[in-house]
Design a protein around this ligand. Structure first.
Ligand SMILES: [Fe+2]
Length: 362
């Protein structure tokens, strides 16, 4: 599998198009035209991570946080970031970031952390927008029906809810007449040809339509492929920025905090609210979620767990009867390598993980 092939697979399962407007997920450097070798998964990119990639003979680093996030206007010699970029180019390492798409997607960072801390009856909260869905239909000789359906499945088409590979086939007779300059797979020059064909229909998010068409054209036997793609009226996919769920039993706030200390391996935890307050309904936003506090207050929860919380965020939550429990940014997101790997366990990629974090705690 080449690096480019792997990036196509990543984006068919965790689409870049669902990233937040402030984000910069996707290719950071590259992609270099090589076979994928020992991809290295990490929360952040650092000199230490690049060195680790070189030791592993890896040619791809996949980080949660994009290296290029805030804009910068110069590459100053001897600056740490400049040196890293030089090393990455020198050794031809492709750098890819998978940030807010994997936060939001089902089975991603928010779901993983919510399940880790024992939340049940999980649901997405704070809708971050709908994705338009397209119908794609392709006409193919009966002999090639399975090849096309396999290709649709491979690129991630045909998802409806939790069902994959959804297609519909109907049979009929196709006609065509080859003219000058053609080299038909079936049929003769200047004669009308009748072929038993199948129309295969499927659905796919708008941003993947072009890729699906390109991939079908690669395996379709005809010189000119009859295909149609058009938007459906009914958008079916939603993505949510946070999750909410319930603890299996009602416990006190301080008991929940003690449990979280163990789960997250965080030595001290900041929070607001009475220690003996009974809690059960919990909202979660991995990483930095304080800016979503006002939306979370509409969700009828007792507790909001997130990182990067300011003093006045705690105060505002307190005034509105909700407790914030702060698990630091890196302690909710250090699981990125496990979460990412899980999406691609069916590939033959030999993943490695790096547990670097520049943030320390004593
Ligand atoms: Fe983050």
């Amino acid at each position: 599998m080449t690096i480019k092939d792997f990036i196509s697979i990543i984006e068919s399962r965790i689409p870049n198009s669902i990233q937040e407007s402030f984000d910069n997920s996707g290719i950071q450097i590259g992609p270099f035209n090589q076979e994928l070798r020992n991809p290295l998964l990490t929360l952040d990119v650092s000199e230490e991570v690049v060195e680790n990639a070189l030791e592993l003979n890896s040619n791809m680093i996949i980080s949660h946080h994009p290296l290029f996030f805030n804009s910068f206007k110069s590459l100053i010699i001897d600056n740490t970031k400049t040196k890293m970029i030089q090393q990455i180019f020198k050794y031809g390492i492709t750098l890819y970031a998978c940030h807010t798409p994997i936060d939001k997607i089902e089975g991603g960072m928010n779901d993983y952390f919510s399940q880790l801390i024992g939340l049940e009856n999980l649901e997405g909260i704070i809708d971050s927008g709908k994705r338009e869905i397209y119908k794609v239909q392709v006409f193919v000789p009966e002999t090639h029906k399975e090849i096309i359906i396999d290709k649709i499945a491979e690129v991630g088409g045909g998802w409806i809810g939790n069902y994959s590979e959804c297609t519909f086939s109907s049979s009929g007779i196709g006609t065509f007449k080859p003219h000058e300059g053609t080299n038909p797979y079936i049929g003769k020059y200047n004669e009308r040809e009748y072929v038993n064909e199948v129309k295969i229909e499927t659905v796919i998010p708008e941003e993947q339509v072009d890729m699906l068409i390109r991939e079908i054209e690669k395996v379709h036997p005809y010189e000119e492929v009859a295909m149609e793609a058009f938007p459906l009226d009914r958008p079916v996919f939603h993505h949510f920025l946070c999750r909410k769920g319930e603890l299996s039993d009602s416990i006190t706030l301080v008991e929940l905090i003690q449990k979280l200390k163990i789960k997250s391996q965080q030595k001290s935890i900041r929070y607001n609210g009475k220690d003996n307050k009974i809690v059960k309904r919990v909202a979660v936003c991995t990483g930095s979620g304080a800016s979503l506090l006002k939306d979370v207050l509409n969700e009828d929860v007792d507790v909001f767990i997130t990182g990067d919380v300011g003093y006045h965020d705690f105060q505002f939550a307190e005034e509105n009867g909700v407790s914030i429990i702060e698990i630091t940014h890196n302690n909710t997101e250090k699981y990125f390598p496990f979460v990412f790997k899980d999406f691609f366990k069916d590939t033959n990629a030999e993943f490695h993980s790096h547990s670097f974090s520049f943030l320390k705690e004593v």
